[in-house]
Design a protein around this ligand. Structure first.
Ligand SMILES: Nc1ncnc2c1ncn2[C@@H]1O[C@H](COP(=O)(O)OP(=O)(O)OP(=O)(O)O)[C@@H](O)[C@H]1O
Length: 346
């Protein structure tokens, strides 16, 4: 018996324990999935021409949809088995060919910063990770997943990418509304939570400051808003366990909140940055020079305390930004007053 026939012959209790998503699939076609109802196969056999007209599909199309749906469930189960627990970077060489002394393993829930002068190779390191380099990029680095070289299927699969890249420019080419875009994305991920779209929009609005709604056209979003939407979307919908971020400092979004959000989703986050606040928020940072990682600095208690103070200073900067955005004039002693009211800051 093939898988399709097997599913069609199960009782609803059996089906629920086998793959709960299937009951939603059948309910969507008006099939009675209550516990005592006849199995799906019996009900489909009993459907007349009118019933098929009602659902807008022929019997053959319905069965083909079921087969596609089962394949998708299987693929997602396989993806779950390919679970990424850790990511290791093995050094290659710098721009002059000198060996890079690097062996480091990054774990889920960890944020790693990549810092260094302009042109030193930060984006190149992100690209090496995105392509799961195997000594075949200009740096000669290798990337291991769970201490093994990833299989080629994982490297070159477009559909099941384990790495999500949030690049500096987010441009939408689709002509659709935010709500519709997120709904489609959630469906493609088989995430069927009724609040998911509104949750993502609420989070994106928290990150962006300037609100938009489910009815806003994606092409009308500002740079900061689309960046915020992509971060919230990645956090809630992306199954990619590794997230690479190239510069969010100028995106006009609440960057510390954005990092907290991604980190709370147990992702392995790498962020290339020139921003001291973001760099200090990381669990560790890789210092790059001349195309190679020169050292790894782990955050310590001293740096954590500096981060706390920097976050307070950042709040003041945000407040100034808010006032300037609102068209206010900044009085001569405004900053001094704000600093004084921040007890103990100066
Ligand atoms: N190990 C290496 N060997 C050879 N070329 C390298 C190496 N590392 C980086 N490069 C090259 O050096 C150039 C600059 O690197 P990259 O763009 O990654 O710098 P960056 O630190 O991201 O700069 P910015 O801060 O300006 O964004 C790129 O062309 C990159 O491919």
């Amino acid at each position: 018996m093939n898988r399709c026939d097997y599913v069609l012959s199960l009782s609803w209790e059996e089906l629920r324990s086998e793959a709960p998503q299937l009951t939603d699939f059948f309910t969507g076609f008006g099939i009675d999935t209550s516990p005592g109802a006849p199995p799906a196969g019996v009900q489909i056999e009993g459907m007349g021409e009118e019933d098929f007209l009602d659902i807008g599909l022929s019997k053959g199309q319905l069965l083909r949809n079921l087969r596609d749906f089962l394949e998708k469930i299987d693929e997602m189960t396989r993806a779950g088995r390919r679970e990424v627990r850790e990511l290791s970077l093995l050094g290659g060489h710098d721009k002059d060919g000198a060996p890079e002394d690097l062996v480091i393993t990054l774990k889920r829930g960890e944020i790693t910063g990549i810092v260094g002068p302009t042109g030193s190779g930060k984006s190149r390191l992100l690209a090496d990770i995105e392509w799961l380099a195997q000594g075949d990029t200009p740096t000669g680095r290798r990337v291991l997943i769970n201490q093994e070289a990833p299989d080629p299927e994982l490297r070159f699969s477009i559909e099941h990418r384990i790495v999500a890249q949030l690049s500096q420019n987010m441009n939408f080419v689709m002509d659709t509304r935010v709500g519709e875009f997120l709904k489609l994305h959630a469906e493609s991920r088989m995430i069927d939570s009724p609040c998911i779209v509104s949750d993502i929009i609420a989070m994106a609005n928290e990150l962006a400051g300037e609100s938009f709604t489910a009815e806003t056209a994606v092409t009308a979003l500002s740079g900061g808003q689309s960046r915020a939407l992509m971060i919230a979307d990645t956090a809630y919908l992306s199954t990619s366990p590794i997230v690479l971020i190239d510069e969010i400092e100028n995106a006009g979004i609440d960057k510390s909140k954005a990092l907290d959000l991604l980190c709370s989703q147990e992702k392995i986050v790498l962020i290339a940055t020139h921003d001291p606040l973001l760099a200090l928020m990381c669990s560790q940072r890789l210092v790059i020079r001349n195309g190679a990682v020169q050292k790894v600095i782990a955050a310590d208690a001293g740096e954590r305390r500096q981060l706390e103070q920097l976050l307070r200073i950042d709040e003041l900067v945000q407040e100034l930004r808010r006032r300037i955005r609102a068209g206010e004039r900044i009085e001569e002693n405004a900053l001094e007053q704000m600093l004084r009211s921040e007890a103990g800051m100066i």
